[in-house]
Design a protein around this ligand. Sequence first.
Ligand SMILES: NC(=O)c1ccc[n+]([C@@H]2O[C@H](COP(=O)([O-])OP(=O)(O)OC[C@H]3O[C@@H](n4cnc5c(N)ncnc54)[C@H](OP(=O)(O)O)[C@@H]3O)[C@@H](O)[C@H]2O)c1
Length: 324
Amino acid sequence: MPTVCIDPVQKHHGVIALGCWSFDSSYWVGQEDDDSLAVMAGALRCGMNHFDTAFAYGRGKCESLIGRFLAANGLREQVFLATKGASHGGDGEGILALLEGSLNRLQVDHVDLYYIHWPTRGKDLRPVMEALERARSQGKIGAIGVSNFSVEQMAQISEVGKIDAHQLCYNLLWRYAEDEVIPYCLENNIAVVTYSSLAQGILTGKFPRGLELAKRDGRNRMLLFERDIWPHVCDGVEEFKSVADQAGRSLSHLAIRWLTARPGVRSVLIGARKVEQVEQNAAAMTGDIHPETLERLTAISDEVMKHIPDVGNIFRYYPQGEKR
Ligand SMILES: NC(=O)c1ccc[n+]([C@@H]2O[C@H](COP(=O)([O-])OP(=O)(O)OC[C@H]3O[C@@H](n4cnc5c(N)ncnc54)[C@H](OP(=O)(O)O)[C@@H]3O)[C@@H](O)[C@H]2O)c1
């Protein structure tokens, strides 16, 4: 078993990374491939060269688009490429088949980071980790990550392999990973990679209280938009915005910088649908932000979090497991 932790962000120069789920029009309704291709080119121009995707994003559609973009422009070496496959209840051969499919769609012979996307509750996932370690020794994977795992699930698979990164939901409106998961990552030298870093757009401050999402918008199923939670989210966002006004920065910039300052966070994934969004997000890393500004955001977040129930994850997604 390799003992060296490969830093999943080693090849890219910035902490912020491009989340490519936004290229999947089955969730992000109305997304056009041309815009997604422009987003990838824009991200690279801005120095954002860690691309994150998954088989689950459009069942391979996002991977195929990235593969097309990288191959057509000869850009594979410029990009730190991460993708994910489901654990299928602990089937090692199953995840290897998924990995092969991802390599084909991405048109590459290896990925820099491969995650087990969601754990299956109550299943022994060690066979999946053993399979990924074999793929690592064959050079098909640079680093191994998990996503949405509990401490117990991480501890179990660590018996047979080395977890390099944990991709988890973390933002000013969802902080449950701070309780146990991030401390475990810190103790075990596991890089924390955050997803839904802007709470799927909420932390740009652009949504009105009376928001009506398009009928097919996947966000209709997301916890923070639920009818009894949304008013509390809006109260918090208003307060965050007044801090941002006083700091002379956009709320999205503060939300991103708040994350980059949190212990353990090594990479912040942000999705973008238009090139303007990626440019705006990349600019978050410029200039200083006073630590007191970040402390004020934390204090507001502490209050909002009292109204957001710990339902396990913001999608209420529990692969073959019970709900809580
Ligand atoms: N491992 C997992 O289970 C998991 C789960 C979720 C996500 N992820 C990964 O994390 C990445 C990011 O998470 P996410 O996509 O859920 O949420 P996010 O990054 O918080 O939000 C992305 C969305 O916010 C809006 N947005 C982004 N920048 C903006 C800007 N500057 N101005 C205005 N609106 C802006 C866009 O949607 P609109 O323009 O439509 O508002 C965009 O699609 C994903 O792409 C994926 O790679 C992983």
